[in-house]
Design a protein around this ligand. Structure first.
Ligand code: SF4
Length: 135
């Protein structure tokens, strides 16, 4: 898309993004159109093709993994740590946190156990990341 065709859209913005795909932490310079449907225009300084894919996703459809805890009844711990099995859209993180805040599960809890499927209607799964024995 040429600049003169974007008169109704937000102005292009420059930003620096630290790639989180590997420990190298490349600082990627990106030019993008912000707004409700952000669009990557160009980027520089990605160290590899994984970073190139990451910056496009981070600008246009950012995803996050949630780590939190839920209450456990009848266990040797009162909480079990949990996380999303796969990343979810950043814009739905608070919806999922809301869906988890009142969850109470029964011990025992096993690592990898599904705690809730489709929280807040999202195609995702919340799994346990710690063992809680029944007492
Ligand atoms: S761009 Fe490639 S090398 Fe750089 S941090 Fe990302 S994955 Fe690692």
């Amino acid at each position: 898309m040429r600049r003169h065709e974007m008169s109704d859209a937000a102005a292009p913005t420059l930003g620096k993004f630290i790639c989180v795909v590997c420990p190298n932490g490349c600082v990627i310079d990106a030019e993008f159109i912000p707004g409700s449907k952000p669009k990557l225009i160009s980027f520089a300084n990605a160290g590899c093709s994984k970073g190139e894919r990451w910056i496009k996703q981070e600008i246009e459809t950012p995803m996050r993994t949630i780590s939190t805890s839920v209450l456990v009844k009848g266990g040797d711990y009162v909480c079990a740590s949990v996380r999303t099995k796969t990343p979810i859209p950043l814009e739905r993180v608070m919806d999922v946190m809301d869906a988890l805040k009142d969850i109470v599960i029964e011990a025992p809890v096993h690592i990898g156990q599904t705690i809730i499927s489709s929280p807040a209607g999202i195609d995702a799964e919340i799994i346990a990341t710690r063992e809680v024995a029944k007492v």
